[in-house]
Ligand binder design. Structure first.
Ligand code: SAM
Length: 240
């Protein structure tokens, strides 16, 4: 085991996450495919191995530091890009049934390839815009946990993501440095989309002392029929 993997293992075990040899192999396969495909398409600006393990893999898994995923069955990742945070979460918690959503089909093709290469089961790679997909019965008010990392400001994200969450499920928004202002401007979108702010967790990445925040929002009732508004509107005219 090399230093990058050994650090990764130690840092995860501090949060009660232990991985098998097979899971470490899957993370390494994912790293290789990410770097390989990144030569042909824009997936990530981070390609150095240790940086990928900390800034993508460890950061993605941080959701599990605050939400007990052993009790969760279904998870959706809206605007998943190259698969963050959902692919690391699926590798570490293989019982999850995961739905990956992105509006760029090339990224969905990459993710389907990753799923097949790593042998991941119960992973749906869905091409479409969140606003359109959330109108479909199979996705609306369905998921135990919905997450999004680096997709939009919280007011727009609430409209993208909360419609996918089942009543009493949670939306976990993964944010970088201080999200207080975004949280302040998200009051109206929370009320309209039936979300209740529960906690804002803060932690530091183990390199560069980079600050990260996880905003946990509970869904308290079904999504009102008028939401989400038509594709593009939540970003153009956020509920603020
Ligand atoms: N979550 C990944 C991460 O943390 O690395 C990707 C972040 S990337 C900056 C934002 C992604 O959201 C892009 O892949 C983009 O195609 C997708 N996206 C933006 N708006 C979307 C929408 N309305 N519905 C679905 N996907 C969307």
């Amino acid at each position: 085991m090399d230093q990058v993997i050994s650090d990764f293992q130690t840092r995860l075990s501090e949060h009660g996450i232990t991985l098998t040899e097979h899971q470490f192999v899957q993370f390494e396969q994912y790293f290789r495919e990410l770097v390989l495909w990144n030569e042909k398409m824009n997936l990530t600006g981070i390609t150095e191995r240790e940086q990928v393990y900390v800034k993508h893999f460890y950061d993605s898994l941080s959701l599990a530091f605050y939400v007990d995923l052993t009790k969760v069955e279904t998870l959706a990742d809206i605007g998943t890009g190259a698969g963050f945070p959902s692919v690391p979460l699926k590798i570490a918690f293989p019982h999850l049934r995961v739905t990956l959503v992105d509006s760029l089909n090339k990224r969905i093709q990459f993710l389907s390839h990753v799923r097949d290469t790593l042998g991941l089961k119960d992973v749906a790679c869905v091409h479409g815009r969140a606003e359109d997909l959330a109108r479909k019965e199979e996705y609306r008010d369905q998921f135990d946990v919905v997450t999004a990392r680096a997709v939009a400001r919280l007011a727009a994200l609430n409209e993208f993501c909360l419609p996918f969450v089942r009543k009493d499920g949670v939306f976990v928004s993964m944010k970088g440095s201080d999200p207080q202002e975004e949280v302040r401007e998200a009051g109206l979108s929370l009320r309209e989309l039936r979300g209740k702010l529960m906690q804002v967790h803060q932690f530091e990445l183990p390199i560069e002392q980079a600050q990260r925040h996880l905003v946990v929002i509970r869904k308290i009732a079904a999504t009102p029929a008028k939401y989400p508004r038509k594709a593009g509107t939540p970003l153009k005219t956020p509920l603020i």
